[in-house]
Design a protein around this ligand. Structure first.
Ligand code: HEM
Length: 82
């Protein structure tokens, strides 16, 4: 959960930045040149959200793989034996 801690915080901050950027997109509607660049800038937090979100999605799976490996399970066996 150590890696998930700061990635989760970054994901949350990016979500706020992305939301503000979407609002900014509406605010500059009709001003074509400006709207284009605000649109491009909006994609940056969205791309980072995708990366950090995929990492958060993978975290529980990675924890299971590690636990299975530590328990001496063969590769590909995700069951945790008690
Ligand atoms: C682009 C692809 C995205 C992926 C793959 C993704 C994936 C995830 C995952 C896996 C979680 C953790 C859920 C959990 O632990 O229960 C999460 C949390 C969250 N996501 Fe995303 N997300 C994406 C985009 C976004 C966007 C666009 C927003 C909002 C603008 C957003 C806002 C949040 C928030 C607020 C949380 C909760 C963070 C916390 O725990 O404090 N995400 N996301």
């Amino acid at each position: 959960m150590i890696a998930g801690g700061w990635v989760r915080r970054v994901h949350r901050a990016l979500a706020i930045a992305f939301t503000l950027a979407v609002i900014a997109n509406f605010a500059v509607q009709g001003r074509e040149a400006l709207a284009f660049w605000v649109g491009v800038l909006t994609l940056i937090p969205l791309a980072l959200l995708l990366l950090s979100g995929l990492h958060l999605f993978a975290l529980p799976h990675m924890a299971r793989w590690r636990a299975a490996r530590a328990a001496g399970a063969p590769a590909g066996d995700e069951r945790i034996r008690g």
